[in-house]
Design a protein around this ligand. Structure first.
Ligand SMILES: NC(=O)c1ccc[n+]([C@@H]2O[C@H](COP(=O)([O-])OP(=O)(O)OC[C@H]3O[C@@H](n4cnc5c(N)ncnc54)[C@H](O)[C@@H]3O)[C@@H](O)[C@H]2O)c1
Length: 255
């Protein structure tokens, strides 16, 4: 769901392609579910199906980790959980700050999935002075005046932006100037960051727009199947939003 905009090459320095890195959390999620059910081993086919990935791709991905499984037995679930967690840097604690504690920021603060994956919410920050000191998910909200101090004191390198779009760039600039080098941006705007800063963007409305695109296409195909097919020469192109009138990809597909 997240779309990444990073200043890194397609292959990370240790030789793991960016596309493989993006699939590691999917394997980890599937493996964690197996581990919780005390399943000791898993075949590449089973794990690929659980992660929603092609099994040949999975084997190739795991070869970058030096993990090849055992023929006839499969992969050791616990060991793979450890290996992928280590590769993703999840075996250490990552303090995270959330900026903008409105509906979304508060929901994120309350989400238990961060802590269980090694992301500790170090601080909740908001520009509304009236919110300062009020607890959200048991953590008192702090005013944006404190932003730089919090980041430096806690050694925070990951910031989550959940402010209105108009405030996001300014918040981003302050986070980066204070030492944050990775940003998860929920605000519907493109952030400009210097070299070395990674930005991941989450936008549920873009995901819905892509689903709407496919729904429209399915409806178009069904309608076309219901009509009598005219001779080839007389056939009109079915309605498609693959391309605009000038052959441009529509904005929704560029996102
Ligand atoms: N990515 C997604 O899928 C998704 C989903 C929902 C909302 N959003 C976006 O998330 C953002 C927040 O949405 P919301 O519904 O929680 O809004 P909201 O109005 O409830 O909350 C925004 C909060 O940001 C604070 N804020 C404003 N300017 C600030 C600044 N400069 N520094 C720090 N805090 C500041 C406000 O005081 C407020 O508490 C919006 O940009 C919205 O479009 C994204």
């Amino acid at each position: 769901m997240a779309t990444g905009r990073t200043h890194r090459p397609a292959t990370r320095s240790r030789g793991i392609p960016e596309a493989t890195v993006a699939r590691l959390p999917l394997y980890l999620r599937a493996l964690t579910a197996l581990s919780e059910r005390s399943v000791p081993t898993v075949s590449s086919e089973e794990l690929a199906a659980a992660a929603g990935v092609n099994s040949a791709k999975l084997r190739k991905d795991f070869s970058y980790l030096g993990s090849y499984g055992t023929r006839g037995v499969g992969y050791d679930v616990e060991y793979l959980v450890y290996q992928i967690s280590r590769e993703l840097g999840l075996t250490q604690d990552w303090p995270v700050v959330i900026v903008g504690i409105g509906n979304l920021g508060a929901a994120l603060a309350n989400y238990g999935g961060f802590a269980s994956r090694g992301f500790r919410v170090a601080a909740l920050i908001d520009a509304d002075a009236g919110m300062a000191g009020k607890p959200v998910a048991g953590i008192p909200v702090q005013h944006t005046d404190e932003l730089e101090k919090i980041i430096q004191d806690d050694g925070v390198s990951i910031g989550v932006i959940a402010t209105p779009a108009g405030a996001a760039q300014q918040v981003c600039d302050r986070l980066v100037a204070a030492g944050v080098t990775s940003i998860l941006n929920f605000a519907p705007t493109v952030l400009n960051v210097p070299e070395g800063v990674d930005v991941r963007k989450v936008d549920l409305s873009i995901e819905l727009q892509i689903l709407a695109f496919h729904e429209q296409r399915k409806a178009g195909e069904e309608a076309a199947a219901d009509t009598v097919v005219p001779p080839v020469a007389a056939r009109k192109q079915p309605h498609s939003i693959d391309q605009g009138p000038d052959g441009d990809v529509p904005a929704v597909m560029q996102a």
